[in-house]
Design a protein around this ligand. Structure first.
Ligand code: ASP
Ligand code: MG
Length: 491
């Protein structure tokens, strides 16, 4: 049993990790192992997989006046897992379902959903799943305490963020929290809480954005000054490409925080990009594991990975659904304030610009669908406003294809062959990140997957005893590897 001053280890489990009995057994075993190692395990987990979507669906159904079937499906899903786990549906789950029923009835009546109501409804997924988790782990001989994440994670003021973002995509303060550390101090006890949710200054429920449970895990780790953060998901780590399209993608055994952040931002779904900053700030190592195969060593993310200074492409990432805006104006050369004027227009339209490239007569920018809500009307309005400054053309759908790795500038000379692959492609925009972590090409979306596979073949070449590039997906999961790769839901 651990003493009360033992180091904390935060373990975050994702939706698929908490949706089957087999995975719950693995979770139980890992927790027992951590206790035996003498650390204080703190668990943060997601809603059952697909439930957050269903809760959004419930709101849609309520708006349409018929929430009944959607609610019944949500109940069924939890009842089914409870039955498989051999436990009663916990009272907390029943309470949440009753409350959801009331809220949905109200929505059906007023035909309106406020952001606050949306946050409250979507939070129910994590609240119900953790009720189930605590109830089952208690039957397995563990001392577990359920913690409401809204009593420990608090949204911070975000300058410039809209009220909506403050409710549905909040960020939290993550400074070391002595009171929280003291609260989680009973020897031998596992504390278990929800991902995705927090509270604001008035005590209202807020969300951390879709996929936000990783970020919750990182906040818990930072506040508790944990010895490590473990992210348990359905793949054992970050790979050199999406194994779904590139079966010989390799496990990245070690990464620097900045590389992991860059791969996450460039399209990989294994980690939410926001979860890196809190652990990077306090140099808390982040380990990625797959819940269904707990013995596999996954990716380790630290400030001091092996071969940290070597220049090497470590991943080929792709982000689809990119829209480009190409702005042409013969008069812009040496003109003062042209960029300021066009960027002002994007700001007025509430659009966040991702990549930028400029030439004497053209400025092209990319708009990332993850950061913008784009529809035809929004783009037409933008084009109309830009019309007085330049000739604006909207190009899409495009894909942003990124070569990611530290010191990428140092290997430009090795990329010659890779550049040749783009010969027949239209490359709309090339950008070399100022942080020297990526080189990005924007091309037609339909060319994306093929180019990723070709670039991977060319650039990801493990050496003997490579300390960074690990086994391929197929080697890890042979012989079922190929089928597994096809089903991997993570890029
Ligand atoms: N359940 C939430 C979602 O599906 C948060 C998460 O799982 O990370 O977005
Ligand atoms: Mg996730």
């Amino acid at each position: 049993m651990h003493p009360s001053h033992a180091p904390f280890v935060v373990l975050k489990f994702g939706g698929t990790s908490v949706s089957s009995v087999a995975n719950w057994r693995n979770i139980r075993d890992v927790l027992k192992q951590r206790l035996a190692e003498g650390v204080r395990p703190v668990v943060v987990h997601s809603a059952l997989s697909g439930i957050t979507d269903r809760l959004e669906g419930l709101l849609g159904a309520a708006l349409a006046g018929e929430p009944g079937p959607a609610l019944a499906q949500i109940e069924e899903r939890h009842a089914k897992l409870a039955a498989e786990l051999g436990i009663e549906l916990p009272p907390g789950v029943r309470r949440q379902l009753a409350e959801l029923g009331q809220i949905a009835a109200g929505v059906a009546l007023v035909k309106e959903v406020s952001d606050r109501v949306r946050a409250r409804v979507m939070a129910a997924g994590e609240l119900m799943a953790t009720d189930l988790g605590v109830a089952w782990l208690a039957t397995q001989g563990l001392d577990v305490e359920w913690v409401d994440a809204r009593t420990v994670l608090f949204a911070e003021e975000r300058k410039g963020a809209s009220e909506k973002a403050g409710i549905l995509s909040a960020t939290c303060d993550f400074a070391p929290d002595a009171a929280m550390q003291a609260k989680f101090s009973t020897p031998g006890r596992v504390y278990l809480s929800q991902g995705f949710i927090a509270s604001d200054a008035e005590g209202n429920t807020v969300l951390l954005g879709r996929g936000g449970s990783d970020t919750s895990g990182a906040y818990f780790a930072a506040k508790l000054q944990a010895q490590r953060l473990e992210i348990w998901t359905d793949v054992p780590g970050m790979f050199s490409a999406n194994p779904k399209g590139v079966p010989n993608a390799r496990l990245l055994k070690q990464l620097h925080y900045d590389e992991a952040q860059e791969i996450a931002t460039s399209g990989a779904k294994v980690l939410h990009p926001r979860c890196i900053l809190p652990v990077k700030q306090y140099r808390i190592p982040l380990y990625v594991y797959a819940t269904q195969t707990p013995a596999l060593e996954g990716t380790v993310i630290t400030a001091t990975p092996a071969d940290a200074d070597a220049a090497q492409v470590k991943a080929i990432a792709i982000k689809k659904g990119i829209t480009l805006v190409s702005m042409e104006s013969p008069g812009m050369w040496h003109q003062v304030g042209f960029l300021a004027d066009v960027f002002q227009v994007f700001k007025q339209h509430g659009l966040s610009v991702d990549l930028v490239s400029t030439s004497e007569t053209n400025v092209t920018v990319s708009l990332d669908p993850a950061a913008n809500t784009l529809d035809d009307a929004a783009l037409e309005a933008l084009q109309a406003s830009l019309g007085s400054l330049c000739r604006a053309e909207v190009i899409g759908p495009c894909a942003a294809l990124s070569l990611v790795g530290r010191n990428i500038r140092g290997i430009l000379h090795d990329l010659g062959e890779a550049f040749a692959l783009f010969e027949e492609q239209r490359v709309y925009l090339v950008s070399q990140a100022a942080n020297d972590l990526n080189f990005t090409f924007v091309i037609d979306e339909e060319q994306g997957d093929r180019l990723v596979a070709q670039l991977h073949e060319l650039l990801i070449r493990p050496t003997a005893n490579d300390r960074v590039l690990g086994p391929t997906w197929e080697q890890l999961y042979a012989p079922a590897g190929a089928a597994r790769a096809r089903d991997a839901p993570w890029w």
